[in-house]
Ligand binder design. Structure first.
Ligand code: S3P
Length: 421
């Protein structure tokens, strides 16, 4: 990539932390103030759902004030709650709704109606809730009849923070301890934030447990930048011939920062500066310079720590020298699109030698890429990853639904353009 990239950038607030801030703020007692909130379509869906349940939430761009009504302060919603495109909203909110003394319904867009919800229905129903898939296909729309819950221990078959979080949130309302063991550790923002709000929560290896809770207390939270959004600029910087960029104030939580390990394995240069903690999360500035990348293997416990970055990691691998193998990532098939297929089809269309597998892909890096029509499937991360891929060719690369980036990063194209001089 012959482009010159220079400058300092701040990416929007972390999406996972923003969702959780709205949810915990809504069921805490007192005021919660979020600074650095991600003003994207997914997090707005979460705000709307809690407003529909009577919570006073005032949002102005990245600043949000929530007047929480306590664990039992939600009101029965008049209509079906609209979760839009957001899997995080759907699964986490189900954990809270499972314990309410009212019945609710959740639904969202065409993509959300294909995403697997049995993974949360099963454990929450084991706790005593009554959640059904209205079309009996294991997907939304969901009907949730709230019930008094009892604590369980759940051995989760998937490393999913959404599953773990749904169970832990329901566990706040249960009559005894609730714990979840996962096959690999997934992002732990819920555990960290619950601790900050005053819940009695413990983690030991791959198990997280929570005790029944009397009350959560409103907090002031500073939300760091989202490493999943920073990932596009990390890739752009590494792949450019002449790049020296600083991405300020990024969340570097080890359960999220697997891309930094991949960069190290590929021989890339990203250094962490100004490391500190904020609102219970580690934060750093990322200094990225042009690098010569080589292929590597990405598998096992590393996968959940970079699952959302795999589209752009695949683009890095296509430009790197040699082979990259991604394994143990079957979860990619049930994201906003089937990302194994959407990554492989689109990189192949650009001239990359890439083979999909059941749980990942094999990428032969180094072939010159050419222009193509990219089918994003309205998946924000595919759109952003292939915008970075477009920098690797002088040909035209056309995205079918470029505006889908508003799900997680409305200013993405402007921020990328700001780095060129
Ligand atoms: C998320 C967890 C991950 C991730 C998603 C956000 C969260 O999903 O892909 O974008 O905020 O908990 P899974 O829990 O399904 O792995």
């Amino acid at each position: 990539m012959k482009k010159r990239l220079r400058g300092t950038i701040r990416v929007p607030g972390d999406k996972s932390i923003s969702h959780r801030g709205i949810m915990l703020g809504s069921i805490a007692k007192g005021t919660t103030e979020l600074t650095g909130f991600l003003d994207g379509a997914d997090c707005r869906s979460t705000i709307r759902c809690f407003q529909e349940m009577g919570i006073d939430i005032i949002q102005e761009q990245d600043h949000v004030v929530i007047h929480g009504m306590g664990l039992h302060g939600l009101r029965s919603p008049v209509d079906t709650l609209d979760v839009g495109n957001s899997g995080t909203t759907t699964r986490l909110i189900s954990g809270i709704l499972a314990a309410q003394d009212f019945t609710s319904q959740l639904n969202g867009d065409a993509s959300i109606q294909t995403r697997p919800m049995k993974r949360i229905m099963e454990p929450l129903n084991q706790m005593g809730a009554n959640i059904t898939s209205i079309r009996e296909n294991g997907c939304a729309p969901l009907r949730i009849v709230g019930k008094p819950l009892h604590g369980i221990h759940y051995d989760s078959p998937v490393a999913s923070a959404q599953v773990k979080s749904a169970i832990l949130l329901a566990g706040l309302y249960a009559d005894s301890e609730t714990s979840v063991t996962e096959p690999s550790i997934s992002r732990d923002h819920t555990e960290r934030m619950l601790r900050g709000f005053g819940a009695d929560i413990r983690t030991l290896g791959r198990t997280a447990s929570v005790l029944p809770c009397q009350e959560l207390h409103g907090q002031q939270l500073f939300i760091p930048g989202d490493i999943s959004s920073a990932a596009y600029f990390i890739a752009a910087g590494l792949l450019s011939n002449d790049a020296d960029i600083m991405i300020e104030h990024v969340n570097t939580n080890p359960t999220r920062a697997g891309i930094l390990e991949v960069v190290r394995r590929m021989g890339g240069s990203v250094t962490l500066e100004n490391q500190h903690d904020e609102s219970g999360e580690p934060v750093a500035d990322l200094h990225v310079v042009s690098s010569h990348l080589h292929g590597c293997e990405i598998s096992g416990d590393l996968i959940p720590t970079l699952i959302d970055e795999i589209p752009v990691i695949a683009v890095m691998a296509a430009a790197a020298e040699g082979q990259t193998i991604i394994r143990d990532a079957a979860e990619l098939k049930v994201k906003e699109s089937d990302r194994i297929q959407s990554i492989c089809d689109n990189l192949a269309a650009m001239g990359c030698n890439i083979t999909p597998t059941d749980d990942g892909m094999i990428i032969e890096g180094g072939a010159p890429l050419h222009g193509a029509h990219i089918q994003t499937h309205a998946d924000h991360r595919i759109a952003m990853a292939f915008t970075i891929a477009s920098l690797l060719t002088d040909d035209d690369v056309m995205l079918d639904v470029p505006h889908c980036v508003t799900i997680s990063y409305p200013r993405f194209y402007d921020d990328l353009a700001s780095l060129y001089d």
